[in-house]
Design a protein. Structure first.
Length: 242
């Protein structure tokens, strides 16, 4: 936790230093939904002993800011709560009175992160609407995790929701990653912006080991976000002297 506080403090100081040279500053909130999964090395995915990892539906919510340097370029720091993880499904059938009865078990691993993207933002458009591209690094910290177990006999029923001791299983709480996306923002009056974007994120840090082969995997996700930003301040640029 001390390391998390130090990293957060360093990020805030860096953002403050950037803001000193900015012309505009906006602040807002965002939320979104994403399909989260893990990336398995190619040679591992061909091993029969490795389960078939599937995506889960995850959510994120956070605070977003925009530090504008001119009408076409800005830096967009964020502080988000986001979910990551995967699910494994095992299906098998049972004949009862000559009728097929579908049975199965689903195990959902979900990890709860505090994540700080620092994104470069290129904007194109006019005062009414702007299209934009985003790209930049992210740093995240896994605060907790849980394993949800479900059984299916005609209908799906939750069996257990078990907390995961991340330190005990050797989970790497810190994650360095990258994020890229594209979106559109609309001016809804007085400089306020309503925005919608789609993003892909990929973790570069190895998160945890796969049982049996002891190889590690990385998180990735694809999602959409919606949010609202309002202008907080605009720096006046001195006119050139004659």
């Amino acid at each position: 936790m001390k390391a998390l506080l130090r990293t957060t403090g360093f990020a805030m100081a860096f953002i403050f230093a950037i803001n000193l040279s900015a012309q505009e500053f906006s602040l807002g909130i965002k939320t979104g939904v994403q399909a989260a999964n893990v990336k398995v090395p190619g040679f591992i995915s061909d091993i029969n002993a490795i389960p078939d990892f599937r995506s889960i539906t995850a959510v994120n919510v956070g605070v977003v800011s925009e530090i504008g340097f001119n009408e076409h370029f800005a830096v967009q720091p964020e502080l988000n709560y986001t979910q990551k993880g995967f699910q494994i499904k095992e299906d098998f059938g049972l004949n009862l009175f000559d009728l097929p009865l579908p049975l199965g078990v689903t195990a959902i691993s979900k990890f709860h992160y505090l994540e700080m993207p620092l994104l470069a933002k290129a904007k194109f458009g006019n005062e009414t609407a702007n299209f934009y591209l985003l790209a930049g690094p992210t740093i995240g910290y896994a605060m907790s995790g849980n394993l949800i177990t479900r059984a299916r006999v005609l209908v799906e029923v939750d069996l257990f929701n078990t907390p995961i001791n991340l330190d005990a299983v050797g989970y790497n709480r810190w994650e360095i990653g990258g994020m890229a996306g594209a979106g559109v923002s609309f001016n809804v009056g007085n400089g306020n912006q309503l925005f919608l974007d789609a993003r892909y994120s990929h973790g570069f840090s190895q998160a945890y080991d796969i049982p049996v082969v002891r190889e590690r995997v990385r998180h990735n996700s694809v999602g959409v976000n919606v949010g609202f930003m309002m202008p907080i301040g605009k720096r006046k640029v001195a006119a050139p002297r004659a």
